[in-house]
Design a protein around this ligand. Structure first.
Ligand code: NAP
Length: 307
């Protein structure tokens, strides 16, 4: 099989197209692989350092070789940027859901769903702020929050992204680069979904209404945050964290929530934007685009296109 392999940590140019043996055990013959911000962190070798040489890539869609079923799979240990991937956490994809949609609503959709519903307990009375709202997770969270009847305030850095978010149903959009996000919101959020961290987290946490909560699921800004429990008691607010791993650890929860997302996608009630489709030789370009903050939605790799 061909794979985009890294032999050193670094910038987006570390990927090289390499012929490798197929992974051992049951495998997925991949059609599309997803690009995730977590892969950028691992490529840089910033905190998680996978053993080298490494095939990054945390989600794929294709056919399970053992029985030919069309499946999507999440691969916390990597292996996705390849024509054949290990059969990790596999779920069947229903007929009415395309490969692109299945890939785009799995990792990002599970994150949006569990952050909003399982942790955030979103309801029709909520004012929900979604950061990185045009991103892979954010643009699904905007749709799911709207479907829950909440008022939605979406943050993004460009007019084009903000126009996209208005089309998706956001009631208000705000420039994510505004120096004072709390003031720019114009209203106090009761629930914040944050995939950015750093200054964004701090300002939005301070802006919460009493009894409001912030769900931190990601750190695109790469700046860690610390929360003082005394401050939470002073303001009657809550901070919750989300990691997909806990969903993967509970097979029934993983399957049922993936099935729910596929059901919504199949009926057109949740529509993922495909923000870019790249050949396997251009994984590095996909990473550079993701890091540049110009992309929206989900980026996918067509593993059988080589140029
Ligand atoms: N907890 C989990 O299990 C889990 C699962 C999936 C993803 N995540 C994490 O959630 C975060 C968002 O994921 P995603 O798939 O939605 O990512 P994405 O599509 O790459 O969106 C990231 C967005 O973050 C915004 N951003 C703000 N400050 C940034 C900065 N300094 N550098 C880069 N981007 C910045 C940008 O939007 P604007 O330019 O519009 O502000 C960017 O487009 C990532 O950190 C990812 O690793 C966590």
């Amino acid at each position: 099989m061909l794979a985009a392999v890294i032999t050193a940590f670094g910038g987006p140019d570390v990927f090289a197209l390499t012929e490798m043996p197929d992974p051992a055990g049951d495998v997925v013959d991949v059609t599309l692989a997803g690009v995730n911000h977590g892969d950028v962190h691992r490529r840089r070798g910033a905190d998680e350092k996978p053993p080298l040489p490494a095939v990054l890539g945390a989600d794929v869609v294709g056919r399970l070789r053992s029985d030919g079923r069309r499946v999507a799979a999440l691969l916390p240990a990597g292996g996705g940027y390849a024509q054949v991937a290990p059969a990790g956490h596999v779920v069947g994809v229903p007929d009415g859901v395309s490969d692109e949609q299945a890939l785009a609503v799995l990792e990002q959709g599970l994150t949006a769903w569990h952050s909003l519903h399982t942790l955030g307990r979103v309801g029709a009375d909520d004012v929900v702020v979604v950061t990185a709202a045009a991103g892979g997770v954010g643009h699904l969270a905007v749709q799911l929050a709207r479907a829950a009847g909440a008022r939605v305030v979406a943050l993004a850095s460009s007019p084009a992204k903000r126009a996209f978010l208005t089309e998706l149903g956001a009631h208000v959009t705000v420039d994510s680069n505004h120096p004072n996000l709390g003031a720019a919101l114009g209203e106090a959020p009761t629930l914040v979904l944050d995939g950015v961290g750093g200054r964004t987290f701090e300002q939005l946490h301070r802006a919460l209404a009493p009894f409001g909560r912030i769900v931190a699921y990601g750190g695109a800004a790469d700046v860690p945050n610390t929360v003082a429990v005394d401050d939470l008691m002073t303001t009657s607010t809550g901070v919750l964290g989300f990691r997909l791993q806990q969903v993967l650890d509970d097979e029934e929860l993983y399957r049922s929530s993936a099935a729910r997302l596929f059901h919504l996608a199949g009926r057109g009630l949740l529509t993922a934007r495909i923000g870019g489709r790249y050949p396997l030789s251009a994984v590095g370009r996909a990473h550079a685009d993701l890091e540049s903050r110009v992309t929206s939605g989900k980026l996918v790799i067509d593993v059988h296109r080589l140029t």
